[in-house]
Design a protein around this ligand. Structure first.
Ligand SMILES: NC(=O)C1=CN([C@@H]2O[C@H](COP(=O)(O)OP(=O)(O)OC[C@H]3O[C@@H](n4cnc5c(N)ncnc54)[C@H](OP(=O)(O)O)[C@@H]3O)[C@@H](O)[C@H]2O)C=CC1
Ligand SMILES: O=CC(=O)O
Length: 319
């Protein structure tokens, strides 16, 4: 089996105990051509870097019987192509929910209270009597709009409610447990106009790609804070830049960008009203271990011809 990058040691050990493992050890993710020799004979593929699993890759791997990825999002995987070849694909939902919600809400709070800007001042030796930091904004009494109220969105909502915020949300359809959620369903358009803070946690799909563009930023409050912890391509980056520079919205806090990694000279980085983290939503030791172990378990089950625990295309999961 192939591992496309570095993975957490306990998961690597579990795989090495039961399989012959070929692991890509370079920092930059491999091209299909660089994996060609390994793919010819591979029966399992563990995706640990953001490579595209598409027709080209699958055609190069005729013996492949299972694919697992150490992530919940799978916008880099052509699920239909996997299904056509009867290859089950497993992701890692659930195990990263609270950790990613901490990061998304942490970005919101850090941006609202300008904690990172304060630290920059202290570090630069500017903390002197009478110094004037830009003031932040309160959370309590404000409205949070969650776009993509799934497992992680609901965990962010709980954190916001504990901080005294009202929560509204938009999915493609209302959740059946809306009352327990204590959050009001509203249209996408109304969410844009009513929210003081917007947190995006939708999967990246053809429908959600670019769903935040010039029109959407123009609808938001000029005081709005925009937080994206989903995928960079849900947002039109140029439109976000314009909205921030022209004061159509107040602030952005991003864990994901388009492109990734964001080049050091990217115009977004120079803006004063932005906070960017390098896609670290699930990046704690405990959670990365849980994710890698679940992916490893999925992979080993698939190789044994048994059903994966978390399978995105259950119609071809082993029975
Ligand atoms: N920054 C990071 O490190 C991480 C990022 N993520 C990202 O977060 C995403 C969400 O994860 P998770 O909460 O576990 O997934 P879930 O499937 O539990 O939730 C996704 C939610 O998005 C809603 N949704 C889907 N499409 C749309 C749409 N077009 N418009 C509005 N709502 C939509 C779904 O509801 P409905 O189907 O009713 O529309 C669902 O409630 C992942 O797909 C991944 O991209 C996840 C983990 C870490
Ligand atoms: O971005 C991370 C994921 O798990 O999806």
């Amino acid at each position: 089996m192939i591992i496309t990058g570095r993975i957490m040691p306990p998961a690597l050990a579990a795989l090495q105990e039961q399989c012959e493992v070929q692991q890509w050890n370079q920092a930059v993710a491999p091209q299909v051509s660089q994996l060609a020799e390994w793919l010819k004979d591979a029966e399992g593929l563990f995706v640990s870097t953001n490579i595209a699993v598409n027709e080209e890759l699958l055609a190069a791997a005729p013996k492949l019987r299972v694919i697992a990825q150490s992530a919940v999002g799978y916008d880099n995987i052509d699920i239909q192509a996997c299904t056509n070849r009867k290859i089950p694909f497993g992701n890692t939902p659930g195990v990263l929910v609270e950790t990613t919600a901490d990061l998304a809400f942490g970005l919101l709070l850090t941006a609202a209270r300008r904690i990172h800007e304060g630290w920059d001042w202290v570090r630069a030796g500017k903390w002197q009597p009478g110094f004037q930091l830009p003031l932040g904004v309160d959370l309590f009494g404000k409205t949070l709009g969650v776009v993509g109220m799934g497992a992680i969105g609901a965990a962010v909502a709980r954190r916001a409610q504990a901080s005294g915020m009202k929560v509204i949300y938009n999915n493609r359809r209302p959740r059946p447990d809306q009352a327990a959620l204590n959050a009001e369903y509203c249209s996408f358009e109304n969410l844009l106009t009513e929210s003081d803070f917007i947190v995006v946690l939708t999967p990246l799909t053809p429908e959600s790609r670019g769903m935040f563009g010039a029109k959407e930023f123009a609808r938001m409050k000029t005081t709005a804070y925009f937080i994206n912890a989903a995928r960079g391509a849900v947002v039109d980056t140029q439109a976000l830049y314009t909205a921030l520079i022209e004061g159509q919205i107040a602030y952005a806090a991003l864990d994901v960008t388009d492109p990734e990694p964001l080049p050091a000279d990217h115009p977004l980085i120079k803006l004063p009203n932005i906070l960017i983290a390098p896609h670290i939503g699930s990046a704690t030791t405990e959670t990365r271990n849980r994710m890698a172990l679940l992916a490893a378990e999925n992979l080993l089950l698939g190789l044994a011809g048994k059903p994966l625990i978390t399978c995105v295309n259950p119609e071809v999961n082993y029975r």
